[in-house]
Design a protein around this ligand. Structure first.
Ligand code: DSN
Length: 417
């Protein structure tokens, strides 16, 4: 076995033998994974269906058209929206929107990073800041913890008059009404990008409001990665209202990209069939039942943490649990300590965070991946309690034993050779 094969086996074993609570990860079906390594990998297909720059694309044309159709069907967006399935991942998808409709110097408004925003939404480290101006809206403390501050959102729109408003988050735990935010932005004449990367599985299964609406309550652009709650391969989808699709397609090809990764497109198609129930994940559980279990597990995990005295940024309504660590806990050390006990998490900024980005004030957990392995509510709650008590006491014996036993009981869908 060569080094790459050995490392691959080692990684497979690490994934199988740990409890993965990274909120942005998941375990797609074996069919999705095998399509990533299929014959589609071997083909170049610059262009779009019916207009390619290489021969031999008869099947690629049918594949891309099929996946476009399924993506629009999953989000019930066939009449008003088109979709580009060639974007490679979430951050490039957002950039494609910027380069399609913004002019240099245009203002973009997005949620600030500490409140749960994403780096690709033009935050201070973003290279796109060379081309565009940026301002942020924020969250404020409400009855269930920190929630989007709709007044700040309105005020900032009036103040900075953004050309583009981004509604989307990578560490925000509350549900929200896309229509409310879209209407406010549109009444100012701003364009709206909804980045639903984290919650696309919730939107697709009817467990969250949808940004796909015909009138001014719908987003002009919707981006999503396909590997989080949607449970597909590492890839992305970029939807736009019909009038913007030409600009989007041209920006992607030939504007910024070469040949599409047909293997990713095929794997996305497989994941979409599983969302629609036209094929099934090996556990045979319908996708909407899976998402309901993800949500219930997140609540149970959070309850367990709270029972042990861990502070929560805001009560979860999705797949993410965001814990605020006390001042005497260094989040990098907590993350490492949990990893040694078989629990994989990531440290994360929280609202009004004064700590460094390397060791911010919070810990983010998510239940999409473990629910794919069959985690139930009882174990999610125990896991929360044991994580909470281990952080508090700095002792992890019980957590380590629990995690060792639980990984043996959880399903594993991939073959090890
Ligand atoms: N890295 C992803 C996340 O964890 O939310 C987003 O890029």
């Amino acid at each position: 076995m060569n080094e790459i094969s050995r490392l691959t086996q080692q990684e497979l074993s690490r994934q199988r033998n740990t409890l993965n609570l990274i909120a942005s990860e998941n375990y797609p079906s074996p069919k999705v994974l095998s399509l990533l390594g299929s014959a589609w990998n071997n083909k170049y297909a610059e262009g779009y269906p019916g207009k390619r720059y290489y021969a031999g694309n008869v099947n690629a044309d049918m594949l891309e058209e099929f996946v476009i159709d399924k993506a629009l069907e999953v989000f019930n967006a066939k009449s008003e929206y088109g979709v580009n399935v060639q974007v490679l991942s979430g951050s490039p998808a957002n950039a494609m929107v910027y380069f399609s409709v913004l002019e240099p110097g245009d203002m973009v408004l997005s949620l600030d990073l500490g409140s749960g925003g994403h780096l690709s939404h033009l935050h201070s480290t973003s290279a796109y800041r060379k081309f565009f101006k940026h301002s942020t809206y924020t969250v404020k403390e409400g009855r269930s913890g920190y929630e989007l501050d709709i007044d700040d959102f309105k005020n900032k729109i009036e103040l900075v008059n953004p050309r583009l408003v981004i509604i989307g988050f990578s560490s925000y735990t509350r549900k929200y009404d896309f229509a409310e935010f879209c209407k406010i932005a549109h009444s100012n004449g701003s364009l709206v990008l909804a980045d639903i990367s984290h919650i696309s599985g919730l939107v697709a299964s009817g467990n969250h409001s949808s940004p796909f609406q015909a009138d001014d309550s719908g987003a002009d652009f919707v981006t999503t990665t396909t590997h989080k709650t949607l449970r597909g391969p590492r890839s992305a989808l970029l939807f736009a209202k019909n009038q913007y699709m030409d600009a989007i397609n041209k920006t992607i090809f030939p504007g910024t990209s070469g040949g599409p990764h047909l293997n990713q497109i095929a794997a996305v198609g497989q994941a979409l069939l599983e969302v629609l129930g036209e094929d099934s994940y090996p556990d045979k559980i319908a996708f909407n039942r899976y998402i309901e279990a993800v949500l219930n597990n997140a609540k149970a995990l959070e309850d367990g943490l709270v029972e042990e005295g861990i502070e929560i940024v805001s009560k979860t309504q999705n797949h993410i649990v965001l814990a605020k660590l006390s001042d005497n806990h260094n989040s990098l050390e907590v993350q490492d300590f949990l990893e040694k006990s078989g629990i994989i998490t990531n440290r994360n900024s929280v609202p009004n965070d004064n700590r460094s980005a390397w060791s911010p004030g919070g810990l983010r957990l998510g239940t999409a991946a473990l629910t794919s392995r069959g985690l139930n509510i009882e174990n999610a709650n125990t896991l929360g309690r044991l994580i909470g008590s281990s952080i508090k006491s700095n002792k992890a014996n019980k957590l380590r034993d629990f995690s060792k036993n639980l990984v043996k009981d959880l399903a594993w869908w991939y073959e090890e050779s």
